[in-house]
Ligand binder design. Structure first.
Ligand SMILES: [Zn+2]
Length: 277
Protein backbone atom coordinates (compact mmCIF):
# COMPACT_ATOMS: atom_id res chain seq x y z
CA UNK A 1 0.00 0.00 0.00
CA UNK A 2 1.25 3.45 -0.90
CA UNK A 3 0.18 6.38 1.19
CA UNK A 4 -0.25 9.99 0.05
CA UNK A 5 -1.39 12.68 2.45
CA UNK A 6 -3.15 16.05 2.37
CA UNK A 7 -3.71 16.74 -1.29
CA UNK A 8 -6.25 18.77 -3.25
CA UNK A 9 -6.23 16.08 -5.90
CA UNK A 10 -4.40 13.12 -7.35
CA UNK A 11 -3.51 11.85 -10.78
CA UNK A 12 -2.51 8.20 -11.02
CA UNK A 13 -0.80 6.94 -14.17
CA UNK A 14 0.03 3.28 -14.56
CA UNK A 15 1.90 1.71 -17.46
CA UNK A 16 1.82 -2.10 -17.81
CA UNK A 17 5.11 -3.98 -17.97
CA UNK A 18 4.11 -5.49 -21.30
CA UNK A 19 1.07 -5.23 -23.54
CA UNK A 20 -0.21 -8.65 -22.57
CA UNK A 21 0.05 -8.10 -18.82
CA UNK A 22 -3.07 -6.20 -17.91
CA UNK A 23 -2.62 -4.20 -14.76
CA UNK A 24 -4.53 -1.57 -12.89
CA UNK A 25 -5.16 0.19 -9.64
CA UNK A 26 -6.33 -2.52 -7.30
CA UNK A 27 -7.48 -0.35 -4.45
CA UNK A 28 -7.82 3.34 -3.84
CA UNK A 29 -9.15 4.36 -0.46
CA UNK A 30 -10.05 7.97 0.32
CA UNK A 31 -9.14 9.54 3.67
CA UNK A 32 -12.76 9.10 4.84
CA UNK A 33 -12.58 5.36 4.09
CA UNK A 34 -14.50 5.47 0.79
CA UNK A 35 -13.33 2.75 -1.59
CA UNK A 36 -12.89 4.79 -4.76
CA UNK A 37 -11.43 1.80 -6.58
CA UNK A 38 -11.91 -1.80 -5.49
CA UNK A 39 -10.87 -5.04 -7.19
CA UNK A 40 -9.62 -3.45 -10.42
CA UNK A 41 -12.96 -1.76 -10.93
CA UNK A 42 -12.88 1.94 -11.63
CA UNK A 43 -15.72 3.13 -9.51
CA UNK A 44 -15.57 6.67 -10.73
CA UNK A 45 -18.76 8.17 -9.46
CA UNK A 46 -21.65 5.83 -10.09
CA UNK A 47 -20.24 3.68 -12.82
CA UNK A 48 -17.16 2.52 -14.61
CA UNK A 49 -14.85 4.95 -16.24
CA UNK A 50 -12.31 3.70 -18.71
CA UNK A 51 -8.94 5.21 -19.28
CA UNK A 52 -8.75 6.55 -22.81
CA UNK A 53 -4.99 6.70 -23.02
CA UNK A 54 -4.28 3.43 -24.80
CA UNK A 55 -2.16 1.05 -22.78
CA UNK A 56 -2.21 3.28 -19.73
CA UNK A 57 -4.44 3.36 -16.72
CA UNK A 58 -5.14 6.94 -15.78
CA UNK A 59 -7.32 8.07 -12.92
CA UNK A 60 -7.88 11.66 -11.80
CA UNK A 61 -9.26 12.33 -8.33
CA UNK A 62 -11.66 13.92 -7.55
CA UNK A 63 -13.93 13.21 -10.49
CA UNK A 64 -17.13 14.31 -8.78
CA UNK A 65 -18.25 16.12 -5.64
CA UNK A 66 -18.68 12.93 -3.64
CA UNK A 67 -15.14 12.89 -2.36
CA UNK A 68 -15.49 15.47 0.40
CA UNK A 69 -12.64 14.29 2.54
CA UNK A 70 -9.58 15.06 0.46
CA UNK A 71 -7.49 15.89 3.50
CA UNK A 72 -5.82 13.03 5.25
CA UNK A 73 -4.15 9.94 3.87
CA UNK A 74 -5.05 8.22 0.62
CA UNK A 75 -4.14 4.55 0.31
CA UNK A 76 -3.22 3.18 -3.09
CA UNK A 77 -2.52 -0.41 -4.06
CA UNK A 78 -1.51 -1.31 -7.59
CA UNK A 79 -2.00 -4.70 -9.20
CA UNK A 80 0.89 -6.84 -10.36
CA UNK A 81 2.20 -6.36 -13.87
CA UNK A 82 2.91 -2.65 -13.53
CA UNK A 83 5.97 -1.41 -15.36
CA UNK A 84 5.85 2.20 -14.27
CA UNK A 85 3.61 4.06 -11.86
CA UNK A 86 3.33 7.83 -11.46
CA UNK A 87 1.50 9.63 -8.70
CA UNK A 88 0.90 13.33 -9.29
CA UNK A 89 -0.29 14.98 -6.12
CA UNK A 90 -0.65 18.65 -5.28
CA UNK A 91 -1.61 20.67 -2.24
CA UNK A 92 -4.29 23.34 -2.24
CA UNK A 93 -3.39 27.02 -2.45
CA UNK A 94 -5.54 30.14 -2.20
CA UNK A 95 -3.50 32.22 -4.62
CA UNK A 96 -3.54 32.53 -8.40
CA UNK A 97 -3.67 29.17 -10.20
CA UNK A 98 -1.36 28.90 -13.19
CA UNK A 99 -1.44 26.31 -15.96
CA UNK A 100 1.58 25.79 -18.24
CA UNK A 101 1.09 24.94 -21.90
CA UNK A 102 3.59 23.60 -24.44
CA UNK A 103 2.36 23.78 -28.05
CA UNK A 104 3.81 21.69 -30.90
CA UNK A 105 3.23 22.41 -34.57
CA UNK A 106 4.72 21.32 -37.91
CA UNK A 107 4.97 24.90 -39.12
CA UNK A 108 4.46 28.26 -37.44
CA UNK A 109 1.05 29.33 -38.76
CA UNK A 110 -0.12 31.36 -35.74
CA UNK A 111 1.30 34.22 -33.71
CA UNK A 112 2.40 33.28 -30.22
CA UNK A 113 0.63 36.37 -28.81
CA UNK A 114 -2.63 35.31 -30.45
CA UNK A 115 -2.31 31.78 -29.06
CA UNK A 116 -1.50 33.15 -25.61
CA UNK A 117 -4.55 35.38 -25.68
CA UNK A 118 -6.88 32.49 -26.63
CA UNK A 119 -5.39 30.20 -23.95
CA UNK A 120 -5.67 33.02 -21.37
CA UNK A 121 -9.37 33.42 -22.17
CA UNK A 122 -9.94 29.67 -22.08
CA UNK A 123 -8.15 29.22 -18.76
CA UNK A 124 -10.08 32.14 -17.25
CA UNK A 125 -13.33 30.32 -17.97
CA UNK A 126 -11.96 27.49 -15.81
CA UNK A 127 -10.73 29.74 -12.99
CA UNK A 128 -7.05 29.55 -13.99
CA UNK A 129 -4.43 31.86 -15.41
CA UNK A 130 -1.87 31.11 -18.06
CA UNK A 131 1.55 30.36 -16.59
CA UNK A 132 3.92 29.87 -19.50
CA UNK A 133 3.10 29.05 -23.11
CA UNK A 134 5.91 27.68 -25.28
CA UNK A 135 5.57 27.17 -29.02
CA UNK A 136 7.80 24.46 -30.54
CA UNK A 137 8.35 23.29 -34.11
CA UNK A 138 8.17 19.51 -34.39
CA UNK A 139 8.18 16.72 -36.99
CA UNK A 140 4.45 16.08 -37.13
CA UNK A 141 1.48 16.04 -39.47
CA UNK A 142 -0.39 19.14 -40.71
CA UNK A 143 -3.77 17.44 -40.50
CA UNK A 144 -5.24 14.59 -38.45
CA UNK A 145 -8.69 13.10 -37.92
CA UNK A 146 -10.54 11.54 -35.01
CA UNK A 147 -8.58 8.27 -35.16
CA UNK A 148 -5.18 9.84 -35.67
CA UNK A 149 -5.62 12.83 -33.35
CA UNK A 150 -2.93 11.64 -30.91
CA UNK A 151 -0.64 9.93 -33.42
CA UNK A 152 2.10 12.55 -33.02
CA UNK A 153 2.11 12.36 -29.22
CA UNK A 154 5.80 11.41 -28.99
CA UNK A 155 6.85 14.94 -30.05
CA UNK A 156 5.79 16.08 -26.60
CA UNK A 157 8.83 14.30 -25.13
CA UNK A 158 10.72 17.51 -25.85
CA UNK A 159 8.14 19.35 -23.73
CA UNK A 160 8.02 19.58 -19.98
CA UNK A 161 6.63 17.42 -17.18
CA UNK A 162 3.77 19.17 -15.44
CA UNK A 163 2.60 21.07 -18.53
CA UNK A 164 -0.26 20.24 -20.90
CA UNK A 165 1.08 19.37 -24.36
CA UNK A 166 -0.98 20.71 -27.26
CA UNK A 167 -0.62 19.35 -30.80
CA UNK A 168 -1.66 22.14 -33.16
CA UNK A 169 -2.95 21.23 -36.64
CA UNK A 170 -4.25 23.02 -39.72
CA UNK A 171 -7.24 20.73 -39.48
CA UNK A 172 -8.58 18.09 -37.13
CA UNK A 173 -11.00 16.58 -39.65
CA UNK A 174 -14.52 16.14 -38.34
CA UNK A 175 -13.77 17.44 -34.85
CA UNK A 176 -13.14 20.74 -33.09
CA UNK A 177 -10.43 19.14 -31.01
CA UNK A 178 -9.69 16.06 -28.97
CA UNK A 179 -8.28 15.58 -25.48
CA UNK A 180 -7.14 12.68 -23.36
CA UNK A 181 -9.71 12.09 -20.60
CA UNK A 182 -8.20 12.50 -18.09
CA UNK A 183 -4.88 13.75 -19.37
CA UNK A 184 -1.49 13.00 -17.86
CA UNK A 185 1.31 15.40 -17.03
CA UNK A 186 4.39 13.44 -18.13
CA UNK A 187 6.09 14.85 -21.24
CA UNK A 188 6.07 12.34 -24.12
CA UNK A 189 3.20 10.26 -22.78
CA UNK A 190 0.35 9.44 -25.10
CA UNK A 191 -2.14 10.70 -22.53
CA UNK A 192 -0.44 14.08 -22.20
CA UNK A 193 -1.84 15.65 -25.37
CA UNK A 194 -4.73 17.73 -26.61
CA UNK A 195 -5.14 18.05 -30.40
CA UNK A 196 -6.44 21.44 -31.56
CA UNK A 197 -6.85 23.36 -34.80
CA UNK A 198 -4.78 26.50 -35.43
CA UNK A 199 -7.80 28.77 -34.99
CA UNK A 200 -9.40 26.99 -31.99
CA UNK A 201 -11.66 29.42 -30.14
CA UNK A 202 -11.26 29.92 -26.36
CA UNK A 203 -14.50 28.00 -25.76
CA UNK A 204 -13.14 24.94 -27.60
CA UNK A 205 -9.81 25.14 -25.77
CA UNK A 206 -11.61 25.39 -22.40
CA UNK A 207 -13.85 22.42 -23.28
CA UNK A 208 -10.85 20.25 -24.19
CA UNK A 209 -9.00 21.22 -20.99
CA UNK A 210 -12.22 20.29 -19.17
CA UNK A 211 -11.84 16.79 -20.65
CA UNK A 212 -8.16 16.81 -19.71
CA UNK A 213 -9.02 17.21 -16.00
CA UNK A 214 -11.45 14.30 -16.37
CA UNK A 215 -14.83 15.86 -17.17
CA UNK A 216 -17.01 14.05 -19.69
CA UNK A 217 -19.89 15.32 -21.83
CA UNK A 218 -23.00 15.43 -19.61
CA UNK A 219 -24.64 13.05 -22.11
CA UNK A 220 -23.36 11.41 -25.25
CA UNK A 221 -23.26 8.05 -26.99
CA UNK A 222 -21.07 6.65 -24.20
CA UNK A 223 -23.63 7.44 -21.49
CA UNK A 224 -23.63 10.16 -18.87
CA UNK A 225 -20.84 11.88 -16.98
CA UNK A 226 -21.75 10.33 -13.59
CA UNK A 227 -22.24 13.83 -12.14
CA UNK A 228 -25.35 14.58 -10.11
CA UNK A 229 -25.26 18.24 -11.06
CA UNK A 230 -25.46 18.09 -14.85
CA UNK A 231 -28.95 17.47 -16.27
CA UNK A 232 -29.64 14.39 -18.35
CA UNK A 233 -31.12 14.63 -21.82
CA UNK A 234 -32.36 11.76 -24.01
CA UNK A 235 -29.63 10.73 -26.46
CA UNK A 236 -31.98 11.20 -29.44
CA UNK A 237 -32.53 14.80 -28.42
CA UNK A 238 -28.80 15.34 -27.88
CA UNK A 239 -28.19 14.12 -31.42
CA UNK A 240 -31.20 15.68 -33.20
CA UNK A 241 -32.09 18.84 -31.28
CA UNK A 242 -29.14 19.48 -29.00
CA UNK A 243 -30.08 23.04 -28.14
CA UNK A 244 -33.39 21.92 -26.63
CA UNK A 245 -31.53 19.88 -23.98
CA UNK A 246 -31.44 21.30 -20.47
CA UNK A 247 -27.85 22.28 -19.78
CA UNK A 248 -27.02 22.82 -23.45
CA UNK A 249 -25.21 26.00 -22.36
CA UNK A 250 -22.80 23.88 -20.28
CA UNK A 251 -19.15 24.11 -21.32
CA UNK A 252 -18.90 20.31 -21.41
CA UNK A 253 -22.00 19.80 -23.60
CA UNK A 254 -20.93 17.90 -26.72
CA UNK A 255 -21.98 20.79 -28.98
CA UNK A 256 -19.85 23.52 -27.54
CA UNK A 257 -22.09 26.58 -27.42
CA UNK A 258 -21.90 27.86 -23.84
CA UNK A 259 -19.46 28.36 -21.03
CA UNK A 260 -21.48 27.57 -17.92
CA UNK A 261 -20.21 25.05 -15.37
CA UNK A 262 -21.93 23.53 -12.36
CA UNK A 263 -20.40 23.87 -8.89
CA UNK A 264 -19.54 20.19 -9.04
CA UNK A 265 -17.68 20.57 -12.33
CA UNK A 266 -15.84 23.58 -10.87
CA UNK A 267 -14.89 21.47 -7.84
CA UNK A 268 -13.34 18.83 -10.12
CA UNK A 269 -11.51 21.50 -12.15
CA UNK A 270 -10.20 23.41 -9.14
CA UNK A 271 -9.04 20.23 -7.40
CA UNK A 272 -7.18 18.94 -10.46
CA UNK A 273 -3.40 18.70 -10.35
CA UNK A 274 -2.90 20.60 -13.62
CA UNK A 275 -2.27 23.96 -11.94
CA UNK A 276 0.48 25.36 -9.76
CA UNK A 277 0.60 28.55 -7.63
ZN1 LIG B 1 -15.92 17.09 -25.90
Amino acid sequence: MLEVGDVRGLLLVLQPESEDTPTGIKELIAPDGTMVVADHVYQAGDGDRLATAEGQTVLAIPHNAETDALEGNWLIQIASGAGRFEIWAAADDDGVRHVDIVVFTSEIRVFQTDLESRFEQALQLLGFELGTLELHLAEMRDTVDEDSAFVDYAVSSSGRDGAISVLLYEDVVGLDGKASVPGTLGAGERGNVIALEDDAAPLIIAHEIGHFVGLLHPVDGGGSDFLESTPLCPLDTVLDEPLSCPGSDNLMFRHITGSSLTDEQRFVIERSVIWHP
